[in-house]
Design a protein around this ligand. Structure first.
Ligand code: ADP
Ligand code: MG
Length: 339
C-alpha cells in the first residue's frame, strides 16, 4: 500500500502553531512588546485600533534588524536569542522559541520597518499568508516597527470568537501592565483609537506602580527585600487594610517575566493570615530573581507558567519575608475592618 504521511507546508504548520501562541489581540501585544524589550529599547509605543482587531503596532528604538534578519524573522524557529539546547537553561531574553512572528504572519497581515543603529537606510517588508509580498529600502529611525493588521482574517472561527472591543482592550491593557510594571526603566506609551491611554516615563518600580494604578497607591505599598542564596526577592505588597475584593493587583515576576502561580499566591496569602477579612485579596508586585538553571519556562507557549526546581523553599522565604515586612510596618492583626 502507498505511504500516506506528508510533511505539512510551512504556512499550515505556522497556522497550527499560531493557535497556541495567539489566542486574541492581547497575545500579539505581549509578543511584540517582549521582542521590543529583548531589542534593548528604552522607549516603546503601542498603537491599537479597534481593540487590536484592526491594528496592533509596536514601535521601538532598539537594535533593529539587518535586511536578511528582517526577512528571516518571520520564519518558524528563527531566533537570534538561543543557539543551543543548553541556552534554554540560561535565558536572559523573553523570547527564545522563534515562533511568535511566524505565527502572527500566518494569521494576520504584517508590516515590518526596521533599521540598525549604524545603517544609513532601513528596510520595509510586508507579509501576507506567511510570504514576503513586498520589500523596499526606506528612510526610518533606528529601531523596529511592526504593524499587525486584520488579525484572524483567514480563521473566521477565531475572529468570531473575539469578545467586544471593551473586553479585548481590557486584555490588552492587562498585558501592557504586566510588561510595564517590571520594565519600569523603559518609557511605554499606549494609544488606542488615537487617544493616549498611558504615557509612562522611565522611573523606579514604586513610581511605575503609582503611575499605573493612581496616586493613592503610594501610601499603601510596603517594600519587600530579601536576599538569599536561592532567591532575591524585591518589590511591594499592599497594606492589609487596602486589600481588594478582586485579584487585579497581584503580580509575580520571575527573572523579569510575569508569571501566574497559585502556589506562590498561597505563600503571600499565608503571610497575610489574620490580617484580612475573608474574600479579600492582598495587592502585590513581587520580583523573584532566581538562577535560570533552577526554572523551566518552556512548559507552555505563552510562558506564563513556569516550573521551579524547589518551590517549597521559595514559598517559605517569601512567606517569612512578607510577614517580617508587614510586622516592621506595625501591622499586627486587626479586628476592626471598617474603613
Ligand atoms: P523570538 O523572540 O522567540 O526569538 P520571534 O518570532 O518573536 O522569536 O522573533 C524572531 C526574531 O526576530 C528575534 O529572535 C529577533 O532576532 C528578531 N526581532 C523580532 N522583533 C524584533 C525587534 N522589535 N527588534 C529587533 N529584532 C527583532
Ligand atoms: Mg519573540
Amino acid at each position: 500500500m502507498a505511504d500516506i504521511i506528508q510533511l505539512l507546508p510551512d504556512h499550515v504548520a505556522n497556522q497550527i502553531a499560531a493557535g497556541e501562541v495567539v489566542q486574541r489581540p492581547a497575545s500579539v501585544v505581549k509578543e511584540l512588546l517582549e521582542n521590543a524589550i529583548d531589542a534593548q529599547s528604552d522607549a516603546i509605543t503601542l498603537i491599537i485600533k479597534d481593540a487590536g482587531k484592526t491594528l496592533i503596532q509596536v514601535i521601538d528604538n532598539g537594535i533593529g534588524m539587518s535586511e536578511t534578519d528582517a526577512r528571516l524573522s518571520f520564519e518558524r524557529h528563527a531566533t537570534s536569542k538561543i543557539k543551543t539546547a543548553e541556552d534554554l537553561f540560561q535565558l536572559n531574553t523573553k523570547g527564545f522559541r522563534g515562533e511568535a512572528l511566524a505565527s502572527i504572519a500566518a494569521i494576520a497581515h504584517a508590516e515590518l520597518k526596521t533599521k540598525k543603529e549604524n545603517a544609513e537606510l532601513g528596510v520595509a517588508i510586508t507579509i501576507e499568508g506567511s510570504e514576503v509580498k513586498s520589500q523596499e529600502v526606506v528612510v526610518t529611525p533606528k529601531g523596529t516597527s511592526i504593524a499587525v493588521k486584520n488579525l484572524f482574517y483567514n480563521i473566521p472561527a477565531r475572529r468570531n470568537f473575539l469578545k467586544s472591543d471593551a473586553v479585548e482592550l481590557r486584555h490588552i491593557i492587562d498585558e501592557f501592565h504586566r510588561v510595564a510594571l517590571i520594565h519600569y526603566g523603559i518609557n511605554f506609551k499606549l494609544i488606542h483609537n488615537g487617544s493616549e491611554l498611558f504615557n509612562l516615563p522611565e522611573s523606579n518600580q514604586r513610581q511605575r506602580i503609582v503611575n499605573i494604578f493612581g496616586g493613592k497607591t503610594n501610601e499603601k505599598l510596603v517594600p519587600i527585600n530579601e536576599d538569599t542564596e536561592v532567591l532575591k526577592l524585591s518589590g511591594f505588597v499592599g497594606k492589609p487594610q487596602f486589600a481588594k475584593k478582586t485579584r487585579s493587583e497581584q503580580f509575580f515576576f520571575v527573572n523579569n517575566r510575569f508569571i501566574k502561580s497559585a502556589y506562590l499566591n498561597h505563600a503571600v496569602n499565608s503571610a497575610f493570615e489574620g490580617l484580612m477579612k475573608d474574600g479579600y485579596h492582598p495587592s502585590y508586585f513581587l520580583n523573584l530573581q532566581v538562577d535560570p538553571k533552577t526554572i523551566d519556562i518552556n512548559i507552555h507557549p505563552t510562558k506564563t507558567e513556569i516550573k521551579f526546581d524547589d518551590e517549597h523553599t521559595l514559598y517559605a522565604i517569601m512567606r517569612s519575608a512578607i510577614k517580617h515586612s508587614l510586622g516592621q510596618f506595625n501591622i499586627s492583626p486587626v479586628l476592626d475592618f471598617n474603613r
